[in-house]
Design a protein around this ligand. Structure first.
Ligand code: CUA
Length: 171
């Protein structure tokens, strides 16, 4: 079999490149610990969607939308709470409309959208998906349940925070 010189150079060069690329992958993965991007719903906090109290009267709700529910389905907080919603999706695009508030977001895979609301009025606030997402779209909902505070429990309010700061300062 006769091989042209240039043919041999090309074959050898291609082999060299393949080896170099393979070594780069091995060194990157095992030597440098480089990992390919992971789905955002596989890592904290979205691997375990929940509502957490981060400070008195302040909550963070990490919500995952998926066909055809929101996780968590119920967000229960006392009246007067400030809630930060971090929202993402596990599959397709969903909507996140929190009725009787100005919160209206999209749940997009790989993206985290955020909104903050203070719930002063006790009651139930419905969350609905308003982006068509398949067969169960019309049934996709969740709710925020704002519980009334016990009598005498004023809760953390900005006015009280300012008053206590002023009292401190006046001393
Ligand atoms: Cu989810 Cu429509």
């Amino acid at each position: 079999m006769v091989q042209d010189l240039y043919e041999r150079v090309a074959i050898f060069g291609a082999g060299l490149l393949m080896t170099a690329f393979f070594l780069a992958i091995v060194v990157g993965a095992f030597g440098l610990g480089i990992r390919v991007p992971t789905c955002v719903t596989d890592i904290p906090p979205f691997d375990q969607p929940a509502v957490v109290e981060v400070a008195p009267g302040q909550y963070v709700a990490n919500v995952v939308a998926q066909m055809w529910l929101f996780n968590p389905r119920e967000i229960r907080i006392p009246a007067g709470s400030l809630v930060t919603f971090n929202l993402t999706s596990k599959d397709v695009q969903h909507g996140f409309k929190l009725l009787n508030t100005n919160v209206n977001m999209m749940a997009v895979p790989g993206v985290v959208n955020r909104a903050q609301v203070r719930f002063d009025q006790p009651g139930e606030y419905l969350i609905v998906c308003h982006e068509y997402c398949g067969l169960g779209h019309h049934a996709m909902s969740a709710k925020v349940i704002v519980e009334p505070r016990a009598a005498g429990d004023q809760g953390p309010s900005p006015a009280r925070a300012v008053a206590s700061a002023l009292a401190c300062w006046a001393r």
